[in-house]
Design a protein around this ligand. Structure first.
Ligand SMILES: [Zn+2]
Length: 66
């Protein structure tokens, strides 16, 4: 299987385009999703509340913009 990180990929969860290494969905262990959704699912797996997850995601997105 060819792994290319140069193409823009569309995340099936949030619909956003992303580049680079995808995360793998924890739902079926094979669907590539964007790193943001990968982080979200990882946090959900830790049992965090949705509002706590949103705060963490937002802070990650902000730090990526810098
Ligand atoms: Zn996504």
């Amino acid at each position: 299987m060819k792994t290319t990180t140069d193409f823009l990929k569309t995340c099936p969860l949030c619909g956003k385009e992303y580049k680079g290494h995808p995360a793998i969905s924890r739902v079926d262990n094979q669907t590539p999703i964007c790193p943001t959704c990968g982080t979200r699912q990882a946090l959900e797996g830790l049992g965090l509340k949705p509002d706590e997850i949103d705060k963490i995601i937002q802070s990650i997105l902000k730090s990526n913009e810098l």
